[in-house]
Design a protein around this ligand. Structure first.
Ligand code: ADP
Length: 162
């Protein structure tokens, strides 16, 4: 049975921090599924299609990385596709506090689903999709924080979409 790990997130948009995490997890698993979670509580800046297109573009060269999306519970999605592991990144203590509870819940409702945490590299620990969105909305250049293969035009006043 292949060892499949799911990297769930909003990826609104993907950043170099996300890419670093995936690259470091690749040698540890047979397959990584980068899965965009549709969160009804969060209004995304970029459409699901756009976010998935960027993810596919960034990981196009690596057959071990697949891109998907899911609705509802992450644990149910993992069960459906036969994944036993979740990948999450830790940048700081607030990430830890938040992730600890979620991983404990997923372990229970996911019948032993394990969350594997990778500590962010120091050079990426200040990077978040939130910061990137703010830069884009403010009309700034977000290119230092996003993969070089994708281009996001600065669009002041960019409005959220589904
Ligand atoms: P979510 O909305 O689920 O937090 P994100 O797309 O913001 O989704 O993040 C997905 C995962 O990537 C989270 O585990 C987050 O901690 C991790 N992550 C985000 N940015 C970085 C970074 N710069 N370095 C390491 N991990 C990161």
């Amino acid at each position: 049975m292949p060892n499949i790990i799911v990297f769930p997130g909003s990826f609104d948009p993907i950043t170099v921090g996300h890419v670093d995490l995936v690259k470091r997890a690749i040698p540890l698993f047979d397959k990584i599924i980068v899965a965009v979670g549709l969160n009804t509580q969060k209004k995304a800046l970029f459409s699901l299609e756009q976010r998935m297109e960027w993810l596919r573009q960034v990981f196009a060269e690596d057959p071990r990385v697949e891109v998907d999306y899911f609705e509802h519970l992450t644990a149910d999605y993992c069960r459906r596709i036969g994944a036993n592991y979740l990948l999450r990144g830790l940048r700081n203590a607030s990430d830890f506090d938040y992730e600890k509870t979620i991983s404990q819940l997923n372990h229970i409702i996911g019948d032993g689903l394990e969350t594997i945490f990778l500590i962010s590299q120091p050079s990426y620990s200040h990077i978040s999709s939130t910061i990137v969105r703010e830069i884009i909305k403010g009309g700034g250049d977000a290119s230092p924080f996003i993969p070089s293969s994708i281009h996001i035009a600065p669009t002041p006043g960019n409005r959220p979409s589904h």
